[in-house]
Design a binder for this molecule. Structure first.
Ligand SMILES: [Zn+2]
Ligand SMILES: [Zn+2]
Length: 240
């Protein structure tokens, strides 16, 4: 059972962007604890921030897994100008740190991303994704498209919304077994309510949802909130 969530990012992510990433994760976990203080721990999940890490000895020898940037280089397709997310996530899944200590992973990149495997990505060169996940386990997201958004405040809201959405996926929300108010996209289950777990296909859609959800106070629908709490309760029971 995963005991913590690892937070990492690529070299080109700015400190402002990585601050939003880290703050959004802790605010979401804090928000859940405050809503259900009798059911959850504070925080309900351990967060370990590794950032843009490097292991100098491995880097000097150019060995695999030498640092956060290695995953990017090993999954970047020059011709498409994008990181191939399925390749990237497979490298994360097989990393030695995952074997040593099973954990959840959230990763932010500054390169453009596609959720298609390489052959399909070649056929659809205009297609991009803002982020993609292996539900219940890991997610990779990119600030690349978000940097085109007009206005600093809006860029921040959009990035926070992207992070919340993928933290939801990593935890496994909406539950795979949920029968109503959902739509499926590949391995991901999405919510169809007014909720952070709606899928944003484009940066324009992300901005629209981020605006709408800001007015909600708590950005998850009732159903997803219940799912989140039950997952976190289950995770914390498995540690004790
Ligand atoms: Zn999604
Ligand atoms: Zn929902």
């Amino acid at each position: 059972m995963p005991k913590f969530i690892s937070v990492t990012w690529s070299e080109g992510v700015t400190s402002q962007e990585s601050d939003i990433l880290v703050q959004t994760i802790s605010q979401m976990l804090k928000g859940l604890f405050l809503r259900y203080p009798s059911a959850l721990w504070d925080p309900p999940l351990q967060v370990r921030v590794f950032g843009n890490w490097v292991i100098p000895a491995l880097a000097a020898a150019r060995k695999p897994y030498w640092g956060a940037q290695w995953y990017v280089e090993a999954s970047y397709n020059r011709e498409l100008g994008r990181v191939i997310a399925p390749t990237f996530l497979e490298l994360v899944r097989r990393e030695p740190w995952q074997q040593a200590e099973p954990h959840l992973d959230i990763i932010l990149l500054d390169q453009d991303l596609t959720d298609f495997p390489t052959p399909l990505a070649r056929l659809r060169p205009e297609h991009y994704t803002l982020g993609t996940s292996l539900p219940g386990s890991m997610a990779v997201m990119s600030v690349y498209r978000l940097r085109q958004i007009q206005g600093e405040k809006m860029r921040e809201l959009a990035l926070a919304r992207l992070v919340r959405h993928h933290l939801g996926h990593i935890l496994g929300v909406p539950l795979f077994t949920r029968k109503d108010e959902i739509s499926r996209l590949g391995l991901e289950t999405h919510c169809t309510n007014r909720c952070t777990m709606r899928h944003a296909h484009t940066v324009e859609e992300l901005v629209e949802y981020a605006r709408e959800e800001t007015e909600m106070g708590w950005p998850f629908c009732e159903h997803c909130t219940r799912d989140l709490v039950s997952i976190l309760v289950r995770l914390s029971h498995s540690w004790s």
